[in-house]
Ligand binder design. Structure first.
Ligand SMILES: [Fe+2]
Ligand SMILES: [Fe+2]
Length: 163
């Protein structure tokens, strides 16, 4: 699912920015759904803490979706209603790994989005996304910690994370 955009795409029009924000919104919907489900089905003493954290993530992802759809509306476009597909697994570790991979992709995209917003002079929009990005990086840290892995470096243009 990686290839929806070129990570180096820097100069975008406002229309293109709205399209990209709609991809972000689809990812936020995906995150809401997966955190709603995973937080409830993760069981066992080892996963109690992370299950609570995932419940908090679910609520934060909803906040993100609201902020992003407001920005799309501000750009004169219609917010999408379609989530990215949600992967499921019966294996707790695998669920957490899916979440971590999604957060990596989200972070990579929001970093691009901030640069694109700034290139367009949309500084307030960039600021909104920065606030979201802070929480996404917290999610990434929570998941990496629960999995006992290092926080992936997603600063490389493509595939810098897992996989
Ligand atoms: Fe989010
Ligand atoms: Fe997140």
């Amino acid at each position: 699912m990686a290839k929806s955009q070129t990570a180096t795409e820097k100069d975008v029009t406002r229309d293109r920015l709205a399209e990209l924000l709609n991809e972000d919104l689809s990812r936020e919907y995906q995150a809401i759904i997966s955190y709603v489900v995973y937080s409830q089905v993760l069981t066992g003493a080892a996963y109690m803490d992370i299950a609570d954290q995932l419940e908090l993530h679910a609520k934060q992802e909803l906040d993100h979706a609201l902020i992003i759809s407001r920005q799309i509306d501000y750009l004169g476009k219609m917010p999408t209603v379609t989530p990215r597909p949600v992967r499921t697994s019966k294996d707790a570790k695998e669920m957490l790994r899916f979440d971590l991979e999604n957060e990596n992709e989200t972070i990579r995209n929001y970093r691009d989005r901030i640069r694109q917003c700034e290139a367009l002079g949309e500084f307030a929009l960039a600021e909104q996304i920065r606030k979201i990005l802070i929480q996404e990086q917290d999610h990434q840290i929570d998941l990496a910690t629960a999995l006992g892995v290092e926080v992936p470096d997603v600063s490389k243009p493509e595939g810098g994370g897992s996989r």
